[in-house]
Structure formats: C-alpha cells, structure tokens
Design a protein around this ligand. Structure first.
Ligand SMILES: Cc1cc2nc3c(=O)[nH]c(=O)nc-3n(C[C@H](O)[C@H](O)[C@H](O)COP(=O)(O)OP(=O)(O)OC[C@H]3O[C@@H](n4cnc5c(N)ncnc54)[C@H](O)[C@@H]3O)c2cc1C
Length: 418
C-alpha cells in the first residue's frame, strides 16, 4: 500500500453526465483535473433514459464527431421525434419536438439505457489532461487556506489530492454538497421515481415518441413509457415525495396497477415481460433557485438539484451545468480566484441567466398539473387544432413561447379559439 500525494487544478467527484460535462470542457481548455467515482464503469443509473436536445447540444459542442457517432448507432441510441402527452381523461396528444421536419433533419432527441450512455460519455473523458480513479472511496474532504484536499482509497493505495477547487458531480446524495452547503433541499423539491425495463410493449409510436401519461391518481406526477433500442421500453413513475408521503402512496403498487388495469395502458402490456427488477431513485427538482457554489467548490447536475420540475429531465442540465462550471474555472484560474463571490457571478448567475426562465416555467407547469381539468381542456382543444399543436410544438425550442403556458391569457385564447 502506497501513500500518493498529487496537486492538480480541479478535483471532480462523480463521473456521471455532470462530471463528464465538466471534464470534456476542462480538457478543451487544457486544464489538468482528476475525476473520482465510487463505482466502476459501465455502471447503471436508475433513469427514464430519455435525452433531450440539450444533451445533444452539449455533446455536440464538446466534439461534433461524438454526436455523429451517436446518430450513426441507431441500434443503441434510438432517435426520438416527439412526445405523446396523455391527459388525465385518457386523451392522447402527439407533439413533435419540431413542427417543421425536413427529410434530412436529425432527430432532436434520443433514448438510450444509462448503462450504455454513461459508459459512452465515460470513455470520451480519456485525455492527457484527465486522470480517472474508479471504485475509489473518499475518506475525507478538507477545506483550508483556499484549497481542498481529498483523501481517498483506490486499489489499496491511499491518495491525497489537493486542488484550488472541488466539483460536486456526485448526484442526488452528494457528499460534496453535504460538506460545503448546509443542505437546503426541502422535501417539497424532491421527487421519487421507479424504473422498470419491459420487452414486448405494443403500439409504440412509429417515430419513437416518448409517452407521458398524466394519470389522475399520480398528479402532479406521471407514468412514462419510453421506447428503447432492441424492442425494449423504459416504463416508470415519478411523483413528488411530499405527495407520496401525504397520500401514503405505494409507488410500486400504483405503477403495476396502472399497467394491469388502465384501459389505455393494460392492453399494450398483455404480452409484455418485465426484464429487470424494478428500481427506485430520487430526483432533486429545481423548483427554486438555490446556491450552487461557494469558496473553492461548485455543484453540478443532481448535486446542484437541477432536475427539470415538470419533465423530470436531468441529463441535459447535468451536462450543461458541467460545461458552465468548466467555463467558470477557466475564468477563475488566471488569478486563482475561487472565492464565493467570483464563482457566484461566473457560475450561478450565468447558469440562471441561461436556464432560469425554462426552470421557472417548468415549476409553474408542475404546479398547474394539480388541475386535471386544465390539462384535459388544453389536450381536448389541441387535438382539434393543428395550429395549437404547432404552437405547443414550437414551445420546446422557444422558451419565450413556452412562457405563455404560465399566463391565464394563453388559456383564455384557447377558450375563445384565437
Ligand atoms: C426514475 C428517474 C427517471 C429519470 N428519467 C430521466 C430521463 O428520462 N431523462 C433525463 O434527462 N433525466 C432523467 N432523470 C434524471 C437523471 O437521471 C439525473 O438528473 C442525472 O443522472 C444527473 O446526472 P449527474 O451526473 O448529476 O448524477 P449521476 O448520474 O447520479 O452521477 C453521479 C456519479 O457520482 C458518483 N458518486 C456518487 N457518490 C459518490 C462518492 N461519494 N464518491 C465518488 N463518486 C460518487 C456515482 O457513482 C455516479 O457515477 C431521471 C431520474 C430518475 C430517478
């Protein structure tokens, strides 16, 4: 057993999408860094496995060849062209991600099991600027004199690593967050999800639309059915933990009951087979702005509670926040200024300028989902109006347009068919 001391510029705890996002861009900027993960890759992560345009955007900016690689592997990364919303009254509404699709357009989203996606991203971290420790156990994180020292064990060796900044990319139970930030994630901003892999689910959309079923008993949560490569489907439910507690919901029973009894869903599972055990995990939702950095630390992805409160999407925001964290570090390094004030201006404020509006809209939509009649009303109207369907479709790409959903005038316009 050896004692190894290393000085580096950045320590990243966690090699999921958030940690990978930081690493890709630090490598681009030529900044040496160390990534530490407690697991060894490939490793699974409970998820719906759906990736939005934001995921594609960050990967593409890191290296356009990686997106070309993804799109070329349609057997492993299934291209997806839209979403089917199913209202509480059972009425479906197909909304393409983009209303204007050309023959040579590339799919805006894709689905891929996280076991596969995270291993793909993990493989792309390899660079002369990046040292990775897997199956590593962090014993201690010490913050003193404007630097952070991590003591960890890996392959029987004890490592002491020192850097001016540590990145918490270690997911929803982040030890970096716990150590540096008194944990302000209230139960209200937390959701719990279950994931099940099935084979043989029938009647999936021909363009691999992902499906969100807003069942009355699960509002403001939903049941999802996402098509996956190789004829599989990722099926799951996500509900606010507050609602689960207050209504004493057994999530597993509720999901299986919907699959067995719901008149729209059950026939599609008549010959379907569960191919893995049902697993649960938490979703730290971005319901309100919270601090994401401080003296000598930055939080990214789930550690920063950046899951979209309406859609439950977190992969894109994890990668995106990772990219912005690397940009802030690039600005901080010349003067070695990793103070709370500098990081707030160059990371937190930048992130909220870019994603704040989108997250606020999603938080409002999540609150509106409590009203099934409103959901039924919009879906009923949209199923009869192509222009309304196009407007909703454009809302995926245009945040200003999506903001209309928060305003009563939007619903009044629909009511009066304007
Ligand atoms: C049921 C469910 C469904 C979801 N569906 C979707 C979906 O369809 N689309 C979507 O975009 N998002 C979805 N999400 C959210 C998404 O899974 C997360 O937002 C995303 O994984 C966040 O990435 P991350 O890198 O921040 O964290 P993670 O993916 O959790 O990665 C964290 C990494 O840190 C490592 N780590 C943890 N603790 C330590 C430690 N002490 N020391 C060293 N390493 C550590 C872990 O091993 C892991 O590799 C879903 C979440 C759930 C729970």
């Amino acid at each position: 057993m050896n004692n190894i001391h290393t000085d580096t510029k950045v320590i990243i705890v966690g090699a999921g999408p958030a940690g990978a996002g930081v690493s890709f861009y630090l490598t681009k900027f030529g900044i040496p860094h160390i990534v530490i993960d407690k697991e060894s890759f490939p490793r699974d992560k409970v998820c719906g496995d759906a990736c939005s345009g934001k995921t594609a955007l960050v990967i593409n900016r890191a290296n356009p060849e990686w997106m070309t690689e993804i799109l070329a592997q349609a057997t492993d990364f299934l291209p997806s062209w839209g979403i089917t919303f199913v209202a509480p009254n059972g009425k479906p509404l197909d909304i393409p991600f983009s209303p204007y699709r050309k023959t040579d357009s590339k799919a805006p989203g894709f689905t891929v099991p996280r076991l596969f996606l995270d291993n793909f991203l993990f493989g792309k971290m390899a660079s002369p600027h990046c040292t990775i420790y897997q199956k590593a156990k962090i014993d201690n994180i010490l913050h003193s004199e404007n630097k952070v020292t991590v003591t960890m064990n890996c392959n029987g060796d004890t490592h002491t690593i020192t850097a001016p900044v540590i990145i918490g990319a270690d997911g929803d139970k982040s030890i970096v967050r716990k150590q540096f930030l008194s944990d302000s994630t209230t139960p209200k901003t937390y959701a719990v999800g279950l994931r099940a892999y099935y084979e043989g689910v029938t009647n999936m959309h021909h363009d691999n639309f992902i499906e969100l079923h807003f069942l009355p008993e699960m509002l403001p949560g939903y049941l999802w059915i996402f098509p996956l490569p190789h004829g599989q489907a990722n099926v799951g439910v996500g509900i606010l933990s507050e609602v689960i507690r207050n209504k004493k919901i057994n999530l597993r029973e509720q999901m299986l009951a919907a699959i067995k009894n719901n008149p729209q869903i059950a026939p599609r599972f008549a010959n379907a087979k569960l191919v893995d055990k049902i697993q649960g995990w938490g979703l730290p939702l971005a319901m309100e702005r919270q601090p994401m950095s401080g003296n000598n630390f930055i939080l990214v992805g789930d550690a920063a509670a950046l899951v979209d409160p309406f859609s439950g999407e977190g992969i894109g925001n994890a990668l995106y926040s990772g990219m912005l964290a690397a940009m802030a570090i690039k600005e901080a390094l010349p003067n070695n200024d990793f103070s709370a004030a500098f990081l707030k201006t160059n990371y937190d404020d930048v992130l909220y300028k870019r994603l704040g509006d989108e997250l606020k809209i999603s938080a409002t939509l999540q609150r509106l989902c409590k009203y099934p009649w409103l959901f039924n009303f919009v879906v009923n109207k949209a199923s009869k109006s192509e222009s309304l369907r196009n407007t909703i479709s454009c809302m995926f790409a245009d945040v200003d347009l999506r903001d209309q959903l928060r305003k009563p005038s939007f619903y009044l316009k629909i009511l009066f068919n304007k």
